[in-house]
Write a protein that binds this ligand. Structure first.
Ligand SMILES: Nc1ncnc2c1ncn2[C@@H]1O[C@H](COP(=O)(O)OP(=O)(O)O)[C@@H](O)[C@H]1O
Ligand SMILES: [Mg+2]
Length: 384
């Protein structure tokens, strides 16, 4: 007797993707992977988290739990990550068991500002003048030598402007002692404060076969050290856009990244570009690609890591992205109704259980010709 349904073998195309980290970046990678027919297993220290709500399964364990890491690897075909602060030994272990994209070598450099800056400098990419600092004596000497306002940044574990202290060119020894103590770091970078006219980022993909493709750069503005708004296209000259993409491609090649690399940069008034930092993964400034681009940054990482051909990075709709931080929840959850009835507004909420000041709870993407007005209206509505 003929059956009215077909029993399918698991698709040859479908893979099991492991994601280290259960935050919003992991969530959006998982959504893209699921759309493409893959299974998703998420690994994080705490249960729940935005990615867990999308993944097929989750492993809850510390990032240095060898048994749990081995179990994770045994249940997936390949692994990627949504944040880079994972112990090097754990990454080495995972990479010995399954393809890990990006590789431990790439993550090791990107998770340490000293190694990152030294790598960039060695390969001739422009960075802000900096000094490596391991003691208050070195800090005092470096401040006197640089003779400029500067920023002291922890070598590891900093994010969203955390782990940074402003240093005045004429800071006293007592002030520098205080700054060093406040940082709670063993190693840090002191870098010149750059008088930039704009900030930007460029997201570049490199696949397992070495194919490289860059998204058009976006323009970013920060508030209190945290990304506030990203604009695509960036309001930069053609020359800057081309240079940023070209530089991105060269950095990705020099690092031999497989996956995505985001290059944050400062733009000087004379159109010079200075590389700020690197992130070996999808980036907050690329969230707009979900609506604005033929291929989102999340689909692109899945394509790059699984060995599929890379998707087109064409920007098909101009877009603005506004981050929604926990501060907006001060008097309860904001009223989202105005964000839901407009064809050029896309609201993304990550489903986090608790809102805290500075915590990224969601974002909104505004597209189309009225996007700047829509952004202003949204910002006004949050003030009231
Ligand atoms: N050397 C600098 N000069 C001027 N502003 C800086 C400098 N370094 C960082 N900033 C500002 O602080 C923000 C966050 O610093 P960043 O180094 O990117 O650290 P994070 O890892 O927190 O993103 C930057 O996007 C920029 O706005
Ligand atoms: Mg940054």
């Amino acid at each position: 007797m003929l059956s009215s349904s077909f029993r399918l073998q698991p698709s040859a195309f479908s893979l099991s993707l492991g994601i280290l980290g259960s935050g919003q970046l992991g969530q959006m990678i998982a959504m893209a992977a699921k759309k493409m027919g893959h299974r998703v297993l998420v690994y994080d220290l705490l249960p729940g988290g935005p990615a867990a709500s999308v993944a097929d399964e989750m492993i809850v364990a510390p990032f240095d739990d060898e048994k749990a890491l081995r179990d994770f690897a045994s249940r997936v075909d390949l692994i990627t990550l949504e944040f880079e602060n994972i112990p090097a030994a754990s990454l080495e272990l995972l990479a010995s068991l399954r393809p890990l994209h990006p590789s431990p070598h790439v993550v090791r450099i990107c998770q340490d500002r000293v190694l990152e800056k030294e790598f960039l400098q060695k390969h001739g990419f422009p960075v802000a003048p900096f000094r490596v600092i391991t003691s208050v004596e070195e800090l005092v000497a470096a401040v006197r030598e640089l003779k400029t306002d500067a920023i002291l940044k922890t070598a590891t574990l900093g994010y969203d402007g955390k782990g940074q202290v402003s240093i005045a060119a004429n800071a006293s020894v007592a002030e520098l002692q205080q700054a060093w103590a406040a940082l709670h770091a063993e190693r840090a970078v002191l870098e010149k404060r750059i008088n930039f006219c704009a900030e930007g980022s460029v997201i570049v993909a490199r696949s397992t076969s070495g194919e490289i493709s860059s998204f058009p750069p976006q323009e970013n503005s920060h508030a209190r050290g945290i990304l506030d708004v990203s604009r695509a296209p960036a309001r930069f000259s053609e020359k800057v856009l081309r240079e940023a993409e070209g530089m991105g491609g060269k950095i990705v090649e020099a690092l031999e990244v497989v996956g995505l690399l985001t290059i944050e940069f400062f733009l000087l008034p004379n159109d010079e570009i200075i590389v700020n930092e690197l992130a070996p993964r999808p980036h907050n400034s690329g969230h707009h690609t979900i609506e604005s681009s033929k291929t989102s940054q999340f689909e692109q990482i899945v394509r790059a890591a699984t060995g599929a051909s890379l998707g087109s990075t064409e920007l098909v709709k101009p877009a603005l992205m506004l981050n929604l931080l926990g501060d907006l929840w001060k008097a309860g959850e904001p009223d989202w109704k105005p964000f839901l009835g407009h064809p050029e507004i896309s609201l993304h909420l990550y489903g986090k259980k608790e809102a805290k000041p500075g915590r990224k709870m969601g974002h909104v993407t505004f597209t189309g010709e009225h996007r700047e007005e829509l952004l202003q209206q949204a910002k006004e509505s949050f003030k009231s």
